[in-house]
Ligand binder design. Structure first.
Ligand code: ADP
Ligand code: GLC
Length: 490
């Protein structure tokens, strides 16, 4: 099959979260299964052409693309996903993509990603490459089914192309005003109250893809079920319910070329299941870097996160006093909403011997925290998949999570499962979205930390588990075939 994989972020070129990890890994596995994949992303200012050996696409040259009533001069750069032969094409339009951040609150945010999506389509036209499936991801790519149906319906090239839309996060839907119709230069046919593009009086990109994609997926089985409820569906639950027979949950895998303590070059001391002594060396190194003292009897709890409402820091704030008085140290890496940045900053200021906060984004530090911490806290309000808890499991860093979405599918509570004598408890989880449920789970983890054989068992239960992309890629390949069959049937 020929697959066009379209994403607004891809590791290692540009990343704000897990979508980039997925887009950097899954296409390689899809190609390993014998398919041909082309990946597309915008060429952001931060992407270093020389470092990644990107080549200007001379054969295509300048493409004139219309958005918002004006023609824009767009170029394409070609590269490969590192460690593979997968083509990646970068859509270059500096006025839109050379900004201080990947995502912005600028007035033309909609148009930035409309241009990106149109450019992908027009590039494929120029090379006459008709994908069997467009695998599109999140709102930044969610207009593509409508664009192909509408603006580009004159081109028979895509007549057989099906769409598979993956929802990585329903919290970001691409909601804009009605003006977006003009910027996309779509005819009004899809915009009317209750229509495929309209939601609550504005344009909603995601709703369009939910309506027009042959197959819908999300990134864990539990989240696929949760999405159909009012609590988790963020207003999309009724539209998803109408498509529920076409909605599948496929858990994300791990790119073990990047996230593996045995080979990870971002950490000073590599280690494996058979000998965890170097994990302690990483802990010492991390503590030193974060200005905290080492004590083997005090567990170190790590947090790496976008500090967004999704991630559960409001319930952390409800029990912050109790948490800092536990016999534990904390390293926190993240940025986002200022109230949570302030919370961690003041925690670090008031308890400098216990808490250290790095505000910002730091890839190397994220690897060092995975390797050096004893526990990893992820109290998410909702979590479509979550990757950090899966990385933690691999690094022998015991996750403490709220039982939701992908966290529920990957973390098995030690106490709950141990009751039945099973050897699968790999962390701690709590159900209620409350500070006290969280606090109780952290307390349980700290208690068990002091029981060395138990703690070692929990670490081993996790480290031996493999979350391979191969397994998930095979499931995607089955769904590509299903999408193609559905398209034919139409
Ligand atoms: P989400 O995509 O919702 O942010 P995931 O757990 O799926 O959550 O993925 C988050 C990814 O982003 C992980 O690879 C994590 O290490 C990384 N990450 C998040 N915040 C930071 C940060 N401040 N610095 C470095 N990496 C970060
Ligand atoms: C989103 C979700 C996260 C998921 C990631 C990759 O950002 O919030 O749970 O792991 O996408 O699918």
């Amino acid at each position: 099959m020929k697959i066009a994989f379209v994403s607004s972020e891809v590791v290692p070129f540009a990343k704000t979260g897990g979508l980039a990890d997925v887009a950097g890994a899954l296409p390689k596995e899809i190609e390993n299964l014998g398919n041909e994949v082309k990946v597309f992303m915008p060429k952001y200012y931060s992407i270093d052409e020389n470092k990644y050996n990107l080549k200007y696409n001379n054969a295509i040259g300048e493409m004139f693309i219309r958005t918002g009533g004006h023609t824009k001069s767009v170029h394409v750069f070609n590269g490969k996903l590192p460690g593979s032969n997968v083509d990646i094409h970068f859509i270059d339009y500096p006025p839109f993509f050379h900004r201080h951040q990947i995502y912005t609150d600028d007035w033309d945010e909609d148009e930035r990603f409309i241009l990106f999506q149109k450019a992908v389509i027009e590039f494929l036209q120029r090379i006459s490459w008709a994908p069997d499936v467009f695998h599109i991801n999140d709102w930044q790519t969610a207009l593509m089914p409508i664009l192909v149906k509408d603006n580009y319906s004159w081109d028979k090239l895509f007549d057989k192309s099906a769409f598979l839309f993956t929802i990585h996060n329903i919290g970001y839907q691409g909601r804009f005003s009605q003006d977006t119709m003009f910027r996309a230069e779509l005819n009004g046919a899809y915009y009317y109250p209750g229509g495929p593009l309209e939601h609550e009086g504005g344009v909603n990109f995601m709703k369009g893809a939910i309506h027009f994609s042959e197959i819908l997926t999300t990134v864990s089985e539990t989240y696929a079920k949760e999405l159909l409820t009012a609590e988790y569906g963020s207003g999309m639950q009724d539209f998803l319910m109408m498509r529920k027979d076409d909605l599948y949950g496929i858990i994300n895998g791990v790119d073990y070329d990047i996230w593996n303590p045995e080979t990870d070059r971002s950490i000073p001391f590599q280690y494996s299941m058979s000998d965890l002594s170097n994990k302690i060396e990483n802990k010492k190194h991390l503590l030193q870097q974060m200005n905290l003292d080492f004590d083997p009897n005090i567990p170190l709890i790590g947090i790496i996160s976008r500090l967004a409402i999704q991630k559960g820091f409001d319930i952390v704030s409800h029990v912050i006093n109790e948490l800092v008085h536990l016999n534990a140290q904390w390293v926190v890496l993240g940025s986002g909403e200022s109230k949570y940045e302030d919370m961690f900053r003041s925690m670090a200021y008031n308890f400098p011997y216990k808490v250290s906060f790095y505000q910002g984004y730091n890839n190397d530090l994220s690897h060092l925290i995975e390797a050096g911490a004893d526990m990893f806290l992820m109290p998410s309000r909702y979590e479509p998949c979550g990757l950090n808890q899966i990385y933690s499991i691999k690094y022998g860093t015991v996750p403490i999570v709220r039982k939701t979405g992908g966290l529920a599918d990957t973390v098995q509570d030690w106490n709950e499962y141990n009751t039945y004598g099973m050897d699968i408890g790999n962390g701690y989880s709590f159900n209620d979205y409350s500070g006290y449920a969280l606090l109780h789970a952290v307390q349980r983890a700290i208690n068990d930390f002091h029981n060395k054989p138990v703690w070692h068992k929990i670490q081993m239960n996790g480290m031996q588990k493999v979350y391979s992309w191969k397994y998930s890629a095979e499931k995607y390949a089955e769904l590509y075939a299903r999408a193609i069959a559905k398209k034919k049937g139409n």
